[in-house]
Design a binder for this molecule. Structure first.
Ligand SMILES: [Zn+2]
Length: 85
């Protein structure tokens, strides 16, 4: 088999760089395709924060400063979804 000479090609689709709300360092994230908030982990400090799509782009929120609707955990409970894995 021939070796593929171009490997590690990064797809830029959807990948964004944002500032971590905790350590203010740039971290790359892949936001959800819809406007649902998701959890993301900062690669620099390892903290978990909430990632939310806004009209301007992507917003990163500290979990403790997010409202109920912005918290994916609480939202799931409210919608009564179980995990299907
Ligand atoms: Zn961080």
């Amino acid at each position: 088999m021939a070796k593929s000479k171009s490997q590690g090609q990064e797809t830029v689709s959807g990948k964004k760089t944002i500032k971590c709300p905790y350590c203010q360092k740039n971290t790359s994230v892949v936001p959800a395709e819809d406007y649902q908030p998701i959890f993301a982990d900062c690669k620099a400090c390892g903290k978990r924060y909430i990632l939310q799509r806004t009209r301007e782009g992507i917003e990163a929120l500290k979990i403790e400063s997010a409202s109920l609707l912005e918290n994916p955990d609480l939202r799931e409970i409210e919608l009564g979804q179980g995990d299907e894995e």
